[in-house]
Ligand binder design. Structure first.
Ligand code: ZN
Length: 203
């Protein structure tokens, strides 16, 4: 399985990192070895002094497809989840400055938190889902899927032009504003509306 991640999908996050607003979605992949095993703590890797949390809505693909039209995209997923795209921001900046791929900064072991999933029937619309991340009991990031520059079904159309989507693949749909550094002993809890979907200890 693969993790397909979307960069710069929320205007306020683009502004906080002073990035340019893209014309098309920015895509990158994380390997399956980046998945943080359930109940394991997240260990800050020794090659970074600035690992950021990026809380993101996840979409789990249930059917193989390619060149999926937006109007049929809803048939390809039944579950919505929440996760973290951990990012070694210092390393990513060095790689970006050199024009190099940034996989090392985002695809390292443990860099993908995949929380629990909820049936999409939980929601009136997948384009109106509130979510948030709490660090040590304080809200640090919050968003709503209605703020995405490209909504879920548009992302599926775009992604599937390039990558065949397979059963079990997971899309990380981008992070809202409020990304920040994690430190040893932090506890990160992610919520969709009032349901807690993950709780991670940082070491
Ligand atoms: Zn991200």
């Amino acid at each position: 399985m693969k993790l397909i991640c979307v960069g710069r999908n929320y205007a306020a996050h683009i502004e906080e990192l002073e990035n340019e607003r893209p014309k098309d979605p920015i895509l990158f992949l994380k390997p399956d070895t980046s998945i943080l095993l359930k109940k394991n703590p997240f260990f800050i890797p020794d090659f970074s002094n600035d690992v950021h949390h990026e809380v993101e809505i996840l979409v789990k693909i249930k059917k193989i497809g390619k060149h999926i039209q937006q109007k049929f995209a809803h048939k390809y997923y039944d579950e919505i989840g929440l996760g973290i795209d951990f990012t070694a921001r210092d390393l990513q900046q060095q790689l970006k400055d050199k024009g190099h791929p940034w996989e090392k900064a985002k695809g390292f072991d443990g860099a993908a938190v995949i929380g629990n999933f909820l049936p999409k029937t939980t929601f009136n619309s997948v384009d109106d889902i509130d979510f948030r991340l709490e660090k040590n009991g304080k809200v640090v990031q919050q968003g709503n899927t209605n703020l995405m520059l490209w909504k879920i079904d548009a992302l599926i159309e775009y992604i599937s032009k390039y990558f065949t989507l397979k059963i079990g693949d997971i899309i990380f749909t981008g992070t809202p504003a409020g990304v920040g550094r994690v430190s040893a002993n932090d506890v990160l809890k992610g919520y969709i509306e009032e349901t807690e979907l993950f709780s991670i200890k940082v070491k």
